[in-house]
Design a protein around this ligand. Structure first.
Ligand SMILES: Cc1cc2nc3c(=O)[nH]c(=O)nc-3n(C[C@H](O)[C@H](O)[C@H](O)COP(=O)(O)OP(=O)(O)OC[C@H]3O[C@@H](n4cnc5c(N)ncnc54)[C@H](O)[C@@H]3O)c2cc1C
Length: 425
């Protein structure tokens, strides 16, 4: 790419930030401009439902870089600026009350917005959603000792908000339509373990309770569940997932289907237009299907790969997905992807009683996902087994005396020798 070229990045979140810095690290000397509709420079979202919500971190700690660090890297931040439209033929992005901006390469790193609950009372004051720093600051004010909070949804955001609320001695009821917490990402083992942990810490966790109505006159005062039960509260936090922010692409030829469709090089169907992060629905060459991942590690890495591919590196993006969640004194981590089918089996290292364990999930002896609760090292070591797809004896995974790193090394080496032998025949 030439010094005279411009890379425009829409979205001043993690993927946009990571892409901009990767362009500079890789030696791109042209113009880099990030448009962000939030007023703040890029900041870290995970602490919003953890340290920041518990009042342990100040706002300043959330930012990836100082303003001057962006200046030094000649990364232009145009904050509080919403991109209203794109003309992919003329290579222009449109913003209100300003001249359109020309780009040579465009990265769509627009993330997603919390899904709203379209039910009666849904517009009452006192109902919060958590995505931004402003949202977290508003929710933080609610977490007072003795206050009554109701959380809708026991996904990881809802569970983290409940844990933060308990840390601040707020009464919290969680209503979840499914039969277990975090059931979309994890199996019954993790769901049951975390349900018990939440209840032991005083969370009033109601499973199988969908929400049908918010009630209150001028402010939310309660929630009616689909079973007709009423729960009183002073405020509500809804955490029922996000919808990818694709409305900007209406009228453009960029293909959208549960996010922006990109290939394994982060390219959309339109030349010079890329997408990364929560909004990208990408082709994973190892999984042989599309996935859209709403996690930190993916946003950071995919942003960087998109940037390098703009520079012509032709880098295939095929990571083992990684995700973590902190609730109480428990760190939950997932490497890989847990398919929802009956042929998945698992073995365990450690125990629920110790509150430190691994679960290794496998399909026909090929490990697809490794979970850690307060037991990081062994799950991390399993990443190579997941990426390589080699066969492994589940009993060895369960045996705490077996070093998984060494096991992975020997199995992968043996597999390579076998493959080389087969090629020579
Ligand atoms: C409270 C919370 C806790 C989390 N905790 C964890 C965790 O523990 N572990 C984990 O793995 N992940 C966690 N995540 C997820 C992780 O933070 C996200 O995956 C990551 O931030 C996604 O980055 P992104 O850049 O793709 O999108 P975003 O961070 O959403 O950034 C996109 C930005 O684009 C802006 N934008 C959108 N449209 C436009 C437009 N038209 N013009 C200009 N700007 C626009 C948005 O306002 C936003 O600022 C958490 C997320 C939240 C909200």
């Amino acid at each position: 790419m030439l010094e005279t070229e411009t890379v425009a990045i829409i979205g001043a979140g993690l993927a946009g930030h990571a892409a901009a810095e990767a362009l500079r690290t890789e030696g791109f000397t042209g113009r880099v401009i990030i448009f962000g509709e939030e007023p703040q420079r890029p900041y870290d979202r995970p602490p919003l439902s953890k340290e920041f919500l518990k009042g342990e971190w100040e706002e300043e700690r959330l930012y990836y870089r100082s303003t001057s660090a962006y200046d030094e890297q000649k990364i232009e931040l145009r904050l509080n600026v919403r991109v209203e439209g794109i003309d992919t033929d003329k290579h222009l992005v449109f913003i209100a009350n300003s001249e359109p901006v020309y780009y040579d390469h465009l990265l769509l790193a627009v993330g997603g917005y919390p899904k709203r609950l379209p039910i009666p009372g849904g517009e009452l004051p006192g109902i919060y959603y958590l995505r931004t720093l402003a949202d977290a600051a508003g929710i933080g004010n609610l977490l007072q000792p003795g206050a009554k909070l109701l959380v809708v949804g026991a996904g990881f955001i809802g569970c983290e908000v409940a844990a933060a609320a308990r840390a601040r001695e707020t009464h919290v009821t969680v209503l979840e339509a499914l039969s277990l917490p975090m059931a979309n990402a994890f199996g019954a083992e993790i769901g049951e373990f975390f349900a018990a942990e939440h209840r032991a810490r005083g969370v009033d966790l109601r499973l199988g309770e969908g929400v049908s109505e918010f009630i209150g006159r001028d402010h939310v005062e309660g929630v009616v569940s689909a079973h007709g039960n009423t729960f009183d509260c002073a405020a509500v936090v809804v955490g029922v997932g996000i919808a990818p922010a694709v409305e900007l692409l209406k009228g453009t030829p960029i293909q959208v289907d549960n996010g922006i469709l990109v290939d394994e090089y982060c390219r959309t169907n339109v030349p010079n237009v890329y997408a990364a992060g929560d909004v990208a629905n990408w082709w994973h060459p190892n999984l042989m299907r599309r996935i859209r991942v709403e996690h930190w590690d993916n946003a950071a890495k995919q942003g960087e790969v998109a940037a390098r591919n703009m520079l012509g590196r032709n880098e295939v993006y095929s990571p083992v997905p990684y995700f973590w969640s902190d609730q109480f004194d428990l760190k939950l981590q997932l490497f890989g992807h847990l398919p929802k089918n009956e042929s998945v089996e698992f073995v365990m290292r450690g125990s629920y009683e110790e509150r430190a364990f691994n679960l290794f999930y496998h399909v026909e002896r090929r490990i697809v996902a490794a979970v850690s609760v307060n037991r990081f090292k062994e799950a991390r070591a399993a990443v190579k087994l997941i990426a390589s797809g080699v066969e492994v004896d589940p009993a060895q995974l369960a045996d705490a005396s077996v070093n998984i790193q060494a096991l992975a090394k020997s199995l992968i080496a043996a597999n390579k020798t076998q493959e080389a032998g087969a090629r020579e025949m």
